[in-house]
Design a protein around this ligand. Structure first.
Ligand SMILES: *Cc1c(COP(=O)(O)O)cnc(C)c1O
Length: 430
């Protein structure tokens, strides 16, 4: 569907990348449950291995079911191409891998998913990479954090879990002036609510585990490339601009142009890191994406109702949701995510840590899980779970203080959810 008329989001979320199966006419995308693909002949095999022809070799690199999902996500994000992988965290490593090298750094927002803070502050050091954390609302601090060794700037569109909205155009401008790509994690917003590439991002990463799949069935990730970055403008990105020894000296950017990052992600990233998405996972995510806009509308509608209800309740200290008029991010949300500020917010309870623990235990419809972006409403006390590994300062910066619970609002009846919150608050303060 890429060369036809320009379709709307609701049409693309169902059709982009898919066509009836050429062998059987099957209307739903088949699950190509296969590891390998028969070559037509030896010349065909050689052309595939030399990247002279695009096709299927082995499912660590490419698979037809996964390929449909890649094209669908790339289309919804307005990118040139996408690579799917085994989880959101894998997507983050896969996004950084072609850019970084030992001794290089990435400038990252302090307001991130807890697991990402750990990945960036601890684990990437094992590769000789480092991350410099900055408050991305302080644009001068972002500029000051960038040095000769910086290879990317990284933020979340709607930051998990504190209800922060990143000023993507301002960050894109800073990255651009420094000759660097801006990577935006668009997991909590989804392309329905926020379109980072239109706002200036170079790369978009996703945990497809969350809203894109939508019902908590499989883990997955995706990296979308805008296709707009000039990887050859400096000598900072040799993986993309310089000859690649493993492919007879082929230069990815020169050869593949706007698809350089995507081809590198498959031909080198998936080939050698092996963080591949399996076709079953792609199938579940394709099913989920078909209803993305409908679900996001209801997620946002419910989140707005519940946040307003909680904000006026005197057992609550504060609700941080950019969809509330009281939020310092309410204005920014109108330009960054005009269809709504997502369905994830935090809520500070009077009574501190103990009240939070009682509240979480007393909820009946809300499930206490380390996940978000499910049709079901979910709750977690971040300070005792997802953000437990962080220092008190990091917890505070990430919006995960001890008196705070994070709510991921599902698509159930809003009245039932409000009644559940009401009875749990009564028990927490009883
Ligand atoms: C869940 C999540 C991740 C990590 O994704 P996994 O699929 O769990 O590896 C990264 N970023 C955000 C914003 C997330 O919500």
């Amino acid at each position: 569907m890429s060369d036809g008329p320009t379709y709307g989001f609701d049409t693309l979320q169902i059709h982009a990348g898919a066509r009836p199966d050429p062998a059987t006419g099957a209307r739903q995308t088949p699950i190509y449950q296969t590891t390998a693909y028969v070559f037509r002949d030896a010349d065909h095999a050689a052309a595939l291995f030399n990247l002279q022809e695009v096709g299927y070799i082995y499912s660590r690199l490419t698979n037809p079911t996964v390929a449909v999902l890649q094209e669908r996500i790339a289309t919804l994000e307005g990118g040139a191409g996408a690579v799917c992988c085994s989880s959101g965290h894998a997507a983050q490593i896969m996004a950084l891998f072609p850019l970084m090298a030992p001794g290089k750094n990435v400038v990252v927002s302090t307001r991130l998913y807890g697991g990402t803070i750990t990945q960036m502050s601890q684990t990437i050091k094992r590769f000789g990479w480092s991350a410099t954390f900055v408050d991305t609302d302080d644009l001068d601090a972002v500029k000051a954090a960038i040095n000769d060794g910086t290879r990317a700037v990284f933020c979340e569109s709607i930051a998990n879990p504190g209800g922060y909205i990143s000023d993507i155009p301002a960050l894109a401008k800073i990255a651009d002036e420094a000759g660097l790509p801006l990577i935006v994690d668009n997991t909590s917003a989804t392309p329905y609510l926020c379109r980072p590439i239109e706002l200036g991002a170079t790369l978009v990463v996703h945990s497809t585990t969350k809203y894109l799949t939508g019902n908590g069935t499989v883990t997955g990730g995706a990296i979308v490339d805008s296709g707009r970055f000039d990887w050859s403008a400096s000598d900072k990105f040799p993986s993309l601009s310089a000859p690649e020894p493993a492919y007879h000296g082929l230069k990815f950017h020169e050869t593949f142009g706007p698809l350089a990052f995507t081809f590198h992600g498959i031909a080198v990233g998936l080939r050698d890191l092996g963080m591949t998405m399996n076709p079953q996972a792609a199938h579940y995510t394709l099913l989920g994406i078909e209803t993305l806009s409908l679900r996001m509308q209801r997620h946002v509608e419910n989140a707005e109702k519940l946040a307003k209800w909680l904000e006026q309740d005197d057992r609550i200290e504060q609700v941080t949701y950019a969809g509330l008029a009281s939020s310092p991010y309410a204005e920014r949300a109108k330009t960054i995510c005009p269809k709504g500020a997502g369905a994830l917010f935090t809520c500070a309870l009077k009574g501190g840590y103990d009240a939070c623990v009682k509240f979480v235990n007393a909820l009946e419809i809300f499930s206490h899980v380390a996940n978000l972006g499910d049709t079901r409403s979910l709750v977690i006390h971040s300070a005792s779970t997802t953000h437990r590994q962080l220092s008190p300062e990091q917890q505070e910066a990430a919006g995960a203080s001890p008196n705070v619970v994070r709510l991921s609002i599902g698509i159930e009846d809003a009245d039932d959810l409000i009644a559940d919150l009401d009875q749990a608050l009564a028990q927490a303060h009883g």
